[in-house]
Write a protein that binds this ligand. Structure first.
Ligand SMILES: [Zn+2]
Length: 651
């Protein structure tokens, strides 16, 4: 099936210690046997996010998210299961052998085909650009914009001829299928004959690279005044514009710890040409939290340039609010945000051309810290340009709101200090007003998040119930996405009695002690058929499969499966975690194994009771011969029940 081999997953879970994995994102404090921090998955003021180093799992008591290191990485980096394992394997130095053919590989193959198409397209655009006749309009445009040969080559800039199927014909010749071409995002589908045709026609073309330099999309700019001015290829198998920053493949090599973010790729190219090679551009969307996270991987400080026009200034406030909200949530990310302003409302590009790169260095150096920028905005936005009079009411509203965005009191207090004299108030008064706003803001955020969390949770539970094919045998049962067969819409019986849950919890809590033959005979090890519901009996099957009497990562491994299932309509993870915690606290290993045996006998006795009832009913309508057989079984059961009762008595 081509899954990542079990021993590799084990190795990853052993090396990727939960505390060290989570600490990269969340500030953790120890309290008792657990570590606590602010949950990175929902907004909160008091820490309800816990990390349990002995079980190697995390759990949030606020939003219910939980699991092992792999699950944490899946959630926080938005990766699927195999991707998260690869991610951790990379960080913790675990080799992953090449696997065979799997669903994942098929996707990978599709992705590779798309990447090949994009590479071919880039070559085609580049050739067209250099073609003496075809490429002339584009070369004229580039010359007008002052793009040097070296810049053009560096950024792989090209030209898409006016022809409707120029690129299509070439790729067809090379054996690419229509469907593959449509997957690449650089073709549109004709409504007449369903054939693909070129998306970019008569435009100067900018390849968009991922962080490591592979082409994942294109942007095309009109040469004249045609509308739209910019066309970007849409999100595809290999491209999600929210997760990328233009020119990051070059900028990250600078290792400057500072990144400059501009609005468009033309700006970014101009900045690189002027020697500011640590510049990146958002790709036609407002700046996103994944882009901020990407920046934080390579830099400690981000300097933003927003367009000086109204739209640009509005975008600035939106982006700042988004980033401040995000930084409030993710305590692990430490990144300074500064906002630069080009004098006279110019583009960085224009300014550099008129004043030179050295002067522009000063502009970058003079970038304002986010709180200073907001102070200035509140003032300039609310000052009448003619009379110079400040609208105090609106200024107060703005400044209190901006103050409430800060995630530290020192910044807030500094802002209050600057604003107080303008408002004729004391710093304390302004500060306490900011804090009021902040509380309202936090509640709003928390509500928004809890609604989102609730939605996720319901979706999650629905998915779990649909995803799990309880009939599948153990070997094909895997939490890996590629391991799933098509969901079977048979209702899973996820019910379990309290005793069944506790029994399984004690087994998990005992761990290797379950293998101590002096305490627990092999006959007394739990079996799938000890449990009445599908979920628990499936989980026990998996448990027995994983359990070899010593695995340290037992609980962390099981948690992969817990996260996919429900027990009595609740996430299995929550239920089992609580029960195992109670079992852990119940006493030493002797107490625990006694409890385990007592529960086992109770559970088995009640199964026998039910079976006896069934057989007695059956007996009434059976032939005399069958009755004899049934009587035999009944007497065996009665004997076994007595044996169990004696065992319980002996504990
Ligand atoms: Zn949470």
């Amino acid at each position: 099936m081509g899954l990542i081999p079990e021993n590799v997953i084990d190795e990853v879970l052993t090396r990727a210690d939960i505390e060290s994995v989570v600490s990269r994102y969340v500030l953790l404090k120890r309290s008792g046997s657990n570590l606590w921090g602010l949950c990175p998955f929902h907004s909160e003021k008091t820490a309800s996010f816990s990390v349990n180093p002995s079980k190697q799992i995390f759990h949030c008591f606020g939003c219910g998210k939980g699991g092992n290191s792999i699950k944490f990485i899946m959630e926080i980096e938005h990766l699927n299961y195999p991707e998260a394992i690869k991610h951790l394997a990379g960080i913790y130095g675990v080799d992953i052998p090449e696997t065979g053919y799997s669903g994942d590989d098929i996707r990978k193959e599709e992705k590779d085909r798309v990447k090949d198409i994009l590479k071919e397209a880039a070559k085609f655009y580049y050739r067209s650009f250099s073609d003496p006749d075809i490429g002339k309009p584009a070369r004229d445009y580039a010359a007008k914009r002052g793009l040097s040969r070296q810049t053009l080559d560096n950024f792989g800039i090209g030209y898409s001829p006016i022809s409707r199927t120029g690129l299509y014909d070439i790729l067809k010749q090379k054996g690419y299928k229509d469907e593959e071409m449509l997957n690449s995002g650089i073709f549109k589908q004709s409504s007449k004959n369903n054939k693909p045709y070129d998306l970019f026609r008569g435009r100067i073309i900018f390849p968009i690279f991922d962080t490591y330099g592979a082409i994942i999309a294109f942007g095309g700019r009109a040469l004249g005044d045609e509308k739209p001015k910019y066309i970007n290829s849409p999100d595809s198998l290999v491209y999600n514009k929210q997760n990328h920053l233009y020119a990051m493949n070059f900028a990250r090599k600078e290792q400057s710890r500072q990144l400059i973010v501009v609005e468009g790729y033309m700006d970014a190219i101009a900045m690189h040409a002027a020697g500011f090679k640590n510049t990146v551009a958002a790709l036609g969307t407002s700046f996103t939290d994944s882009q901020l996270k990407l920046c934080a991987r390579f830099a400690d400080e981000v300097v933003f340039f927003f367009d000086a026009d109204n739209a640009g200034q509005k975008a600035a406030l939106r982006a700042i609010k988004m980033m401040m909200d995000y930084l409030k949530k993710l305590t692990g990310i430490n990144i300074r945000i500064r906002i630069a302003k080009v004098p006279d409302g110019k583009d960085p590009d224009e300014y550099i051309k008129t004043n030179g790169a050295d002067k522009f260095k000063d502009v970058v150096r003079n970038a304002l810290y986010v709180e200073d920028y907001l102070l200035e905005r509140a003032k300039s936005d609310n000052t009448d340009p003619e009379t110079g009079i400040l609208d105090r009411g609106r200024y107060q509203a703005d400044i209190c709101e901006y103050g409430s965005w800060m995630n530290d009191e020192i910044k807030m207090s500094r802002m209050a200090g600057v604003a107080a004299p303008l408002l004729g108030a004391t710093q304390q008064a302004v500060m306490s007003q900011m804090q009021k706003y902040s509380q309202i803001e936090d509640r709003k955020l928390e509500q928004m998040n809890s609604r989102a969390v609730e939605r996720d949770r319901i979706e999650d539970i629905n998915n779990r119930n649909n995803d799990v094919d309880v009939n599948s045998d153990q070997t094909s049962y895997s939490p890996s996405e590629s391991g799933y067969s098509a969901p079977e819409f048979r209702k899973v019986n996820d019910s379990a009695t309290k005793e069944e849950i506790d029994l399984f919890a004690y087994a998990l809590s005992l761990g290797s002690a379950l293998n101590d033959k002096n305490k627990i005979s092999s006959k007394d090890i739990i079996r799938p058929d000890d449990f009445s519901g599908d979920t628990l009996s499936e989980l026990v099957k998996i448990f027995l499969n994983i359990f070899d009497g010593r695995k340290e990562t037992l609980f962390a491994k099981m948690s992969d499966y817990f996260s996919k299932l429900t027990i009595n309509g609740q996430p299995a993870e929550d239920i089992m975690l609580k029960a195992v915690d109670a079992a852990d606290r119940s006493g030493d290993v002797n107490v625990k194994s006694d409890m385990y045996l007592a529960l086992l006998f109770k559970v088995r006795t009640s199964i026998i009771d039910k079976e006896e009832e069934r057989l007695i009913n059956l007996r009434a309508s059976s032939s005399p011969e069958d009755r004899k057989k049934i009587d035999q079984v009944l007497s065996n059961l009665a004997a076994y029940k007595l044996e169990l009762r004696d065992k319980i008595g002996a504990l």
